[in-house]
Design a protein around this ligand. Structure first.
Ligand code: G1P
Length: 296
């Protein structure tokens, strides 16, 4: 039976150690990408794909996340008094963007453990998982394509991207077989962050998943893997190998993806997105050209 998928799960309990000290008292998901917190891009992407019910898996220090998706009465009143309606609109936009829910992870024991915390909220329906470190350009289609394939195949679907072989150690990597559909592959195996030189392919998992609820039963029995953490990749490997709930398929994404997971990629993401903004790009572009011409 095909379900209309409505629920998105966004793990946001990581400690953000790569961005210390910025993330000492603030969640890394609130770091601005140009002028919006990274997490807002992700919630907007979920909503654009029809997922209005968003469950965030949070941890300590994450109050700013809840506040961002709620009213900020004093600020709104001040902007209204000043007649600054443009900024007021920006502030209010995230208030009612989605139907937001929160659950805490407690002990952060890995991505698989975070997803397992969504079990009560999700129930017995397929659902999406979106990781905040990966931003997908809103002009390129990914999540709705994955939802479509989840419906067609009644299986779990993950997003894949071909990466340079030197980068495979940073991702979950899939072994795949072609299907009759050009952008869809069948997953025959998955391995989390293989050591350099041992990767079975260059198909990397990027942080979008549309999963059968059976993943919760599998996660419950998944032993800690890479880094001593309960890995979502390991649970999906078991589902692929044992053909659980229809097995696992991959949608191969060839669009624009921005990584905000570490400092260098974060800086690149900001520059890439700012260059394309009509309010910033026209001034930033010539400045960037001049700046880079003077670099040695
Ligand atoms: C997680 C997943 C990994 C995936 C990656 C995508 O790793 O465990 O399989 O390839 O997200 O961004 P993380 O980057 O959170 O360590």
């Amino acid at each position: 039976m095909a379900f209309r998928i409505t629920k998105a799960v966004i793990p946001a309990a990581g400690l953000g150690t790569r961005f210390l000290p910025a993330t000492k008292a603030m969640p890394k998901e609130m770091l601005p990408v140009v002028d919006k917190p990274a997490i807002q891009y992700v919630v907007e992407e979920a909503v654009a794909a029809g997922l209005n019910d968003v469950l965030m898996i949070t941890g300590r220090n994450k109050n700013a996340l809840e506040n961002h998706f709620d009213r900020m009465t004093e600020l709104e009143a001040t902007l209204e008094e000043k007649g600054d309606l443009d900024r007021l609109e920006k502030v209010e936009y995230s208030n009612d963007l989605a139907d937001m829910h929160y659950v805490r992870q407690g002990d952060p024991r890995g991505l698989g453990h975070a997803v397992l915390r969504a079990r009560m909220h999700v129930g017995r329906e397929p659902f999406a998982v979106l990781l905040g470190d990966d931003l997908i350009d809103e002009r390129d289609v990914l999540l709705s394509r994955m939802i479509e394939e989840q419906n067609n195949r009644n299986a779990s679907v993950i997003a894949l991207m071909e990466v340079d072989p030197s980068m495979t150690h940073m991702y979950g990597i899939a072994t795949v077989e072609m299907t009759g559909t050009p952008d869809v592959v069948k997953i025959t195996g998955l391995v989390e962050k293989p050591a350099t030189g041992t990767s079975p392919s260059n198909y990397a998992i990027i942080g979008r998943y549309v999963l059968q609820p059976d993943v919760f039963d599998v996660l419950e029995h998944t032993e800690p893997g890479k880094g001593g953490e309960i890995q979502l990749t390991d649970a999906l490997q078991s589902m692929a190998q044992n053909n659980i709930a229809g097995g696992v398929y991959g949608v191969v994404f060839r669009g624009r993806r921005y990584d905000t997971g570490d400092r260098l990629d974060y800086i690149k993401a900001i520059v890439q997105l700012a260059v394309e903004r009509p309010d910033l790009g026209p001034e930033l572009k010539p400045w960037l050209k001049q700046f880079s011409a003077n670099l040695d």
